[in-house]
Ligand binder design. Sequence first.
Ligand code: ADP
Ligand code: MG
Length: 256
Amino acid sequence: MSETLLKINNVTKVFGTHVVLKDIDLDIVKGEVVCIIGPSGSGKSTLLRCINFIAPPDQGEIIFEGKTWKRFHSRFNIFANRKYEGELPRLRSEIGMVFQHFNVFPHMTAVENVMLGLTKVRKEGRAKAREIAEQSLIQVGLGDKLNQYPEKLSGGQKQRVAIARALALNPKVMLFDEVTSSLDPELVSGILDEIRRLAKDGMTMVIVTHEMNFAFQVANRIVFMDEGRIVTMGTPDEIRNTTDPRARAFLSSILG
Ligand SMILES: Nc1ncnc2c1ncn2[C@@H]1O[C@H](COP(=O)(O)OP(=O)(O)O)[C@@H](O)[C@H]1O
Ligand SMILES: [Mg+2]
């Protein structure tokens, strides 16, 4: 566990006059599970969105597999080089992301939802895409729901479709943004088990979560953010015993 897979260097993100991320530096090692915690509005989601350029950072860069991604300020484009921009869908398939509100398409079956990235981004033929999509859905326990439409699925099952959709593209990193926050309580543990299974298989993951017990269990490192900065980070034990006053206040507000 020492090869750096992803480097976040000096990332700053501004919305209007609001500096939402300030000089974020974080290295993610291959096979590592990093959990990000912190109060609402501290910039956790924005950081994940910067990592795969859904929200391109205003300053700083992301280095992924030796390639540097940064925003160039040209007049018409976020990238000075058009060709670079054309590679973004590929970057986003290699850095898979799952959101709180699963964003599955209601007019497509489970398998069609998962096939989409395979045909559009990976340019797989439909037969091959279907085969991969089915495998991916079987992997997350939805082998019996392949041809269901989302309205017939529970929140937990829709979230599994979203996870399968990201996994089908064979990502090198997975980003999870509070993926259990909108689920009914009885469905939370199943999704957390799915993430644990990925961790066991060696998937590199960055996980934003409020499930502190889960974070303490699954994380190699926990990052505490507040007001757009990384305030402190460390192993679960280090964070449990942190002396940082803001981190302590946050943890006691959650853990009681
Ligand atoms: N697209 C956006 N436009 C303007 N402000 C935004 C946008 N996205 C996030 N913000 C602001 O950035 C701050 C951090 O948001 P976010 O990254 O969602 O925090 P967290 O995920 O930690 O709750 C918040 O103040 C939020 O209102
Ligand atoms: Mg968020």
